[in-house]
Design a protein around this ligand. Structure first.
Ligand SMILES: [Zn+2]
Length: 227
């Protein structure tokens, strides 16, 4: 699962909770940020094998700290708590439920990974591995990612007040994510090394976080002028 994760970020943001979209973009990929960092440190293990599954080259054979069910729950709580602490420090007026609205997207990552991954997600430690393996079916997996993303963006546009120019930018961002997913799923390429792969994860995910940050600023000056 790749761009499908962002559907949850888009869907979770509302005018009521006012959680910045960029925060939710980190939340939905929080487990992968931990994973990428641990692979870089040599603690978790990854093999990149051409044709490993139809839709992905990643053989993530040892990732008990970032991607087991038990640690996914723990990381979700850590993220929710961190958000609560940061909000109260900054005197933010976020609704009381905001921390759990950050925690649940973190956990959603594991659920969506469960659908796509082959049996490499441990329940705890490195044992009892599960995964429905939708990555073995390239077109259905791709269709699910795009459908989820589209639903998330429709919800985001419906549940948030914004100027037309930002709506356009959000849709353009969605199209860009679809193009990136097409590239990831269908364009043949030679496998990178494990370290190069997770460096790419860091770079791309952070780029998306920056886009989410700037997109919620588009047209905000104009809005205040009207008031
Ligand atoms: Zn993951």
């Amino acid at each position: 699962m790749f761009v499908g994760h962002y559907s949850v970020a888009f869907a979770a943001r509302s005018e009521r909770n006012k959680i910045p979209l960029w925060v939710l973009f980190i939340a939905v990929q929080f487990l992968d940020y931990i994973w990428a960092t641990l692979v870089l440190l040599g603690i978790e293990k990854l093999r990149v094998i051409k044709g490993f599954t139809a839709g992905s080259m990643l053989d993530s054979y040892f990732h008990p700290y970032s991607h087991s069910l038990v640690t996914a729950v723990i990381w979700s709580c850590v993220a929710a708590l961190a958000y609560k602490v940061i909000c109260s420090r900054h005197g933010s007026h976020d609704s009381k439920s905001a921390p759990s609205i950050v925690g649940l997207p973190v956990f959603s990552h594991w659920i969506l990974d469960l659908i796509a991954h082959p049996r490499d997600l441990a329940i705890y430690d490195n044992t009892w591995k599960v995964g429905f393996g939708l990555w073995n079916y390239r077109n259905p997996e791709f269709a699910l990612e795009i459908a989820l993303l589209a639903i998330g963006i429709v919800l985001y546009l419906a549940r948030n007040v914004m100027p037309a120019i930002r709506k356009g930018a959000v849709i353009a961002f969605g199209v860009a994510l679809v193009v990136i997913q097409i590239g990831d799923t269908y364009v043949p390429r030679n496998p990178l090394t494990d370290k190069q792969t997770v460096m790419g994860v860091w770079v791309f995910y952070t780029l998306f976080v920056l886009v989410a940050f700037f997109i919620e600023r588009i047209g905000s000056g104009r809005q205040t002028n009207i008031r």
